[in-house]
Design a protein around this ligand. Structure first.
Ligand code: HEM
Length: 158
């Protein structure tokens, strides 16, 4: 599926008129993008490090997961909204940027992993699950979200 028409449209949309004309607005949205990312990464790390029995060992892991998942979803909404706005300013540059597509692919993978595997699985009481399955889920989750963030930063270098 070629998304060129979408990026072509985005490049000349009303959103792009704003993001291209007002550097200050872009900077504020970019700040939200990075704050949202910190929140997202924080929630991922706290949840996964609890699953790996590294931190918050005196708090039931079900409780840690329940709380971090809620704030993860809010953080995801912030990064996606701010990300779409930022994309409108550089739509054509992004369309031809491999790192952008690496980021979007790993993001799609991450979202699928969270809502199709991690979340449904961790709804069960954790002591009824295989400990190695839990560890595998935690390590996979950290790896995917690290890749998304690293690819995001790499767009700027490439
Ligand atoms: C729909 C989702 C997202 C979109 C459309 C999006 C889009 C963007 C865009 C357009 C940039 C600026 C690239 C540039 O020109 O340098 C950017 C930067 C960045 N994004 Fe995202 N992003 C999204 C989600 C995420 C997520 C989930 C993370 C982290 C887990 C993330 C981490 C970053 C980082 C680290 C930067 C570099 C910031 C900087 O150099 O100032 N993004 N993103």
């Amino acid at each position: 599926m070629d998304l060129y028409p979408f990026f072509d449209w985005l490049d000349t949309s009303m959103l792009a008129d704003i993001s291209k004309a007002y550097g200050g607005v872009f900077a504020v949205v970019q700040m939200f993008h990075l704050l949202g990312m910190s929140m997202l990464g924080g929630m991922v790390l706290v949840g996964d490090l609890r699953l790996l029995n590294i931190l918050l060992k005196d708090v039931p892991s079900e409780l840690v997961i329940e709380n971090t998942q809620k704030w993860f979803t809010i953080a995801l909404a912030i990064v996606m909204t701010s990300g779409i706005f930022m994309s409108s300013a550089v739509a054509m540059k992004l369309y031809y940027n491999e790192m952008f597509w690496a980021k979007m692919t790993s993001l799609g993978l991450g979202i699928t992993f969270v809502y199709v595997i991690r979340r449904p699985l961790l709804k069960f009481k954790h002591d009824t699950l295989n400990p190695w399955t839990i560890k595998l889920v935690a390590v996979t989750s950290i790896s995917i979200w690290f890749t998304v963030a690293a690819a995001g930063r790499w767009i700027g270098f490439s």
